[in-house]
Design a protein around this ligand. Sequence first.
Ligand SMILES: NC(=O)c1ccc[n+]([C@@H]2O[C@H](COP(=O)([O-])OP(=O)(O)OC[C@H]3O[C@@H](n4cnc5c(N)ncnc54)[C@H](O)[C@@H]3O)[C@@H](O)[C@H]2O)c1
Length: 277
Amino acid sequence: MLGRLSLENQVAIITGAGGGLGSATARLMAARGAKVVLADYILVAARSVEAELAATGATALAIQFDLGDEASIKRMVAETIDRFGRIDILHNNAADLSPEVGQNDHDILHMDTALWDRVFRVNVRGTMIASREVLPHMLAQGRGAIVTMTSSLALQGHIVQNAYSTSKAALIQLVRNIAAAHGPDGIRANSVAPGLTLTPAVRRVFPEAVRTLVEKETLRDQMGEPDDLAELVAFLASDAARNINGELIVCDGGLTSHVPDIAGYRALGKKAAPDQV
Ligand SMILES: NC(=O)c1ccc[n+]([C@@H]2O[C@H](COP(=O)([O-])OP(=O)(O)OC[C@H]3O[C@@H](n4cnc5c(N)ncnc54)[C@H](O)[C@@H]3O)[C@@H](O)[C@H]2O)c1
């Protein structure tokens, strides 16, 4: 019995649904009754999730689109309306995570302006346009939930991924502004900040040494997995979260909740407990 967690008969667009977190969320939303639109730049990835969900009896539609292109975003929203006639949920999940961005997104002193513009064009401008394009449909229905993926990197300074983390920080404010403007009309907009999460891409790309650094700072026995994020996103999209609006919820196993030198304290052992400092 899902109660208010149920997404029965709701239409959900999930951008980046061919990827690690987006596909996990699409699976969970479909299992909770949503008709899911799997929108991704890579059609073959979206189609593979579509086939998997169709085999379970779920309603799923793969659509190719580019979050960096306004006309393409508009076309994706129009295709959703043509097929399903409504949009109840938008999960802004896609972001430009391509290797050429990741490998060159460093500190401000070495920041390439074109790279900065590319990251902001996709992550911020694209997410704004997708949200703007679904809003008239949600407002006409008198209800709608937007859940936007940011990152724990948007909450703390770092020496890597400068453009990425700044773009994710901008999304936190975009979400608050959507909630402030349209909450009274039945729209909820919230954001989610994952820490490094064990998607297939993270397992492949992040060296063991970096994962160990993160694991040591995490307040549980392992790093988060895609299902941990899917549970949170599906909850925020559902009526179970009807009293939550304009919020950011961090889902990082406690990574950003504590003092920065906790792993060092642990390494010193119990003798360095705070009562002895
Ligand atoms: N995995 C993590 O550790 C982690 C941590 C913090 C935040 N996030 C955020 O979670 C979201 C999903 O990340 P993921 O780990 O699943 O990555 P992923 O690479 O597995 O999936 C991202 C998906 O977005 C799609 N995409 C990229 N650019 C696009 C564009 N221009 N138009 C349309 N689709 C596009 C890709 O094709 C891919 O399918 C991202 O917003 C990311 O910033 C992930």
